[in-house]
Ligand binder design. Structure first.
Ligand SMILES: [Zn+2]
Length: 461
């Protein structure tokens, strides 16, 4: 069934806050981030499996941003952009292009959501579960609590356990709270979850539960084995069950807030750090390209100061940074680029902005520029660019072949990217972390990172 926009409120220039009362001072703010959740895996984005009933409820009373984009396709740079409102080339939490086992640490001078809200009187805490959110990457600055648990083998802290810990923290203090909750469920290895069997039947050979068998995973990620239709469908169904499990955690959090009488006064932002590929362009998982299936993320905002509806104007994680500060009544740093999505200012002008995404965990460093129905992907090492046409959601990418159209359309996008970024150069992280210790590397391997990868013909060169 073709997916249609329901309300084009922003394109019509209608302010979201126009018909709602002003927010109460110093609301609680909850930022709920699901790892590796592509937007089109959710009913609110047209998916036909009932994978997120609690998010459906939140979306019904909040604002759904139909075309929201991450600034990267893997956890570390995407999360750092969420927390700073800056591009990866600005915040420095990226892969070292010279050594794939070295990574950048977040620039210590940049204000973050947590530092700004903490300085304004909020209690601040985060529960995070990805090894790229380990304290050594320095994303926890400004949080009273940065409660990190990286996966060990195939075992990760569950979303429900994460939420229970966060709610206990909420109960232990008073005053406005900023709570970051990150859940890992849809990330590999698609563990057997409490909802196993809802969408996936028995695994077809050669798969088995949990779908993390190292040999199969290496083969799939190395692209020496491409699953047949039955294998792909089963893998996708196990992912969808993990999405459902993540949604259970969201429901538990929202129910917990309601039981405490805090839900109505809380700004809830729901998003993902990046998406996940299921052979859309011949590959699997994330971090390896900057196509739509990895950049298009869900974004829902609900709470005081926000109305309800759907916004089709393309938005970005940097906008979320500025929006949450605006809802809190806290001034953003003067030099961040995002827009306030709760203000009447959103409208046609935002529709023509370039949205930049960059850095990859595998392969060469890349930069993507998304504007309107176009996306240009530039290899920052070879300087070769490819242009793609997007579908209505900004998700599918069709390559524009070499020719006059490419010449005519690519240059304005490159110029727009240059204007935003200041250059089109490769940025090495200014503060590098020495090669990760053995335990961290093993955790990365267990998550499917660091395995063999070979480029596909469809990958941008
Ligand atoms: Zn991630």
């Amino acid at each position: 069934m073709p997916y249609r926009s329901v309300v084009m409120a922003a394109l019509a220039g209608v302010g979201l806050a126009a018909c709602t009362p002003p927010p109460p001072p110093r609301p609680d703010i909850v930022l709920f981030v699901v790892d590796a959740l592509r937007a089109d895996a959710l009913p609110a984005w047209g998916y036909d499996r009932p994978s997120a009933p609690h998010l459906d409820d939140l979306a019904a009373r909040g604002v759904v941003f139909e075309r929201a984009f991450s600034h990267s396709s893997w956890t570390l740079p995407a999360f750092a952009s969420l927390l700073t409102g800056r591009l990866p080339s600005e915040h420095g939490a990226v892969r070292d292009p010279a050594d794939r086992l070295r990574f950048g640490r977040l620039d210590p001078d940049l204000p973050t959501l947590a530092t700004l809200l903490y300085d304004a009187g909020w209690r601040t805490a985060a529960w995070v579960n990805n090894v790229f959110l380990a304290p050594e990457f320095a994303l926890g600055r400004g949080f009273d609590t940065w409660d990190y648990e990286g996966a060990v083998g195939f075992q990760e802290r569950s979303g429900t356990a994460t939420v229970d810990a966060a709610l206990a923290w909420l109960d232990a203090g008073s005053g406005p709270a900023f709570l970051l909750v990150h859940v890992m469920e849809p990330h590999l290895p698609y563990l057997a979850s409490p909802v196993r069997g809802r969408f996936a039947g028995p695994p077809p050979a050669p798969f088995s539960l949990p779908f993390g068998d190292a040999e199969i995973l290496d083969a799939i990620q190395g692209r020496t084995r491409v699953p047949d239709d039955a294998g792909r469908a089963w893998i996708r169904a196990t992912y969808d069950e993990e999405v459902l499990d993540a949604d259970r955690a969201l429901g538990r959090l929202l129910d917990g807030l309601a039981a405490r009488g805090r839900l109505e006064g809380t700004v809830v932002a729901f998003t993902a750090d990046h998406g996940e590929e299921f052979w859309d362009h011949g590959g699997f998982e994330h971090g390896h390209t900057l196509y739509g299936e990895l950049l298009h993320v869900p974004l829902v905002l609900a709470g005081p100061g926000l109305g309800a509806g759907r916004v089709a104007v393309p938005v970005q994680h940097a906008d979320l940074f500025r929006t949450l500060l605006a809802l809190a009544g806290v001034s953003p740093p003067p030099d961040v680029a995002g827009a306030d999505l709760g203000a009447s200012a959103i409208g046609p002008a935002l529709a023509s902005r370039p949205i930049l995404s960059e850095d990859c965990l595998y392969g060469p460093a890349r930069l993507a520029v998304t504007r309107g129905d176009e996306r240009l992907i530039l290899n920052l090492e070879t300087r070769v660019a490819n242009l793609f046409r997007l579908d209505e959601q900004g998700q599918s990418d069709a390559l524009v072949p070499d020719g006059p159209e490419l010449e005519a359309d690519a240059r304005p996008l490159l110029e727009a990217a240059f204007a935003v970024r200041g250059d089109l150069d490769l940025h090495a992280p200014p503060q590098r972390i020495a090669p990760l210790h053995d335990e961290a590397i093993e955790r990365l391997r267990a998550l499917g990172y660091l395995g063999p990868r070979t480029p596909l013909p469809s990958d941008p060169p």
